[in-house]
Design a protein around this ligand. Structure first.
Ligand SMILES: O=C(O)C(=O)C[C@]1(C(=O)O)C=C[C@@H](O)C=C1
Length: 361
């Protein structure tokens, strides 16, 4: 390196070294304080949860409000998620279940949401994720609930209907699909495998560019990558994390039909989450099959000024054209307008279930 540049960099690098030493000292002070918090919680309730989703969201939001830059708010989220994850991990190990194997988008969402200092429990299906959390093998689960191209993830909606678990949080991640093979070419490749949602998200691209490839469903994209790593006649559609995890070469990237393709995941667990001032509440409702019933169902929300961010329906499987409605509202169920709207709503619907209130992302 040029001597004059070196001379200029030396004091700046010395300053960075000194700042890093201060940050390290502060991080260790924070970690010791979190350990004390853990001991206080343990003394109060030995079996109580260490994870406090509302507190984690508020720590990060407060720092984003204090932030004057040039560190970005997104970077604050990424860095403090890891700091909190490490502090939480010192208090007690958090086990998170999600659809594996290694390199799945569910793994990416779980690690972005809970940080890397967690025990990973990779499952073969969404059903297994719910079972693991319900049985206490995992403290939390991470499941996709909707995709911006393909809409609802129906199996997740059905599991939410029947599970006692609560929604603890949400995390939306950008989904960039890649076509990948062992060799990095399509020579000798006969089939393309992926989760049905991913095949649907890439269908126009596949039809235009590779109509010759047979399309096969896999239980997850990362599972398709695992198969492709064993079989040179198989290409997989998955994210770059799966390509790295299974040592595959990317043939084409960003092949999803919608470049802005995103998937929203929900964190689920056994504990309830307190209000943070910027929350969402997810509920399931059913109304009798008659004219005006859906309109009436939503009237209390409008009356109390509660905004609805999502409305999804699923057949109730009665053969009577009856539906369950999955509704997301802005606000926590402890907030007066939401509490009042839900109390009124409950009186007039045939079915009512609160899935949980949680910090809005
Ligand atoms: O405040 C707490 O309850 C803590 O345990 C500390 C802490 C943190 O590191 O800030 C860690 C884990 C909890 O989920 C929330 C916050």
């Amino acid at each position: 390196m040029d001597d004059s540049l070196l001379a200029r960099l030396r004091p700046l690098r010395e300053r960075i070294d000194a700042l890093d030493a201060q940050i390290l000292d502060l991080l260790n002070q924070r970690a010791r304080t979190a350990l004390e918090v853990g001991q206080a919680k343990q003394a109060f309730d030995a079996d109580g949860p260490i994870l406090k989703p509302e507190r984690e969201a508020m720590v990060i939001r407060r720092l984003q409000e204090l932030n004057k830059g040039p560190f970005t708010d997104q970077a604050i989220d990424a860095v403090w998620s890891q700091i909190i994850s490490t502090c939480r991990g010192l208090e007690s190990t958090l086990t998170v279940a999600y659809l594996g194997p290694q390199g799945s988008f569910s793994e990416q969402a779980a690690l972005e949401h809970f940080g890397h200092a967690v025990q990973r429990l990779r499952c073969n299906s969404f059903d297994e994720v719910f079972r693991a959390v319900e049985a206490g093998q995992a403290d939390a689960g991470m499941v996709p609930v909707e995709n911006s191209t393909e809409g609802a993830v129906n199996r997740t909606l059905d599991l939410l209907l029947n599970s006692p678990l609560k929604v603890l949080g949400e995390r939306s991640i950008k989904i960039q699909h890649c076509l990948m093979t062992q060799s990095g070419t399509l020579d000798g490749v006969k089939r393309v495998m992926a989760h049905p949602q991913a095949l649907a998200q890439c269908q126009s691209w596949l039809t235009q560019n590779h109509p010759e490839l047979a399309r096969d469903a896999a239980s997850s994209n990362a599972e398709a990558a695992r198969v492709a790593a064993e079989d040179p006649a198989v290409a997989a559609i998955a994210g770059t994390a799966a390509a790295e995890a299974w040592n595959l070469q990317v043939v084409a990237s960003g092949i999803q039909d919608d470049p802005q393709n995103r998937t929203r995941f929900l964190a689920v667990g056994a504990m309830a989450t307190q209000a943070t001032g910027h929350d969402k509440t997810s509920v399931i409702l059913a109304v009798p099959n008659r004219a005006g019933a859906v309109y009436e169902m939503l009237a209390p929300l409008a009356a109390h000024g509660v905004s609805m961010t999502r409305l999804e329906s699923r057949p109730a499987r009665t053969g009577q054209w009856e539906y369950y409605f999955y509704v997301d509202l802005l606000g926590h169920y402890d907030d007066a307008p939401v509490a009042q709207a839900l109390a009124e709503l409950k009186k007039q619907v045939a079915f009512f279930k609160v899935l949980g209130s949680y910090p809005a992302q």
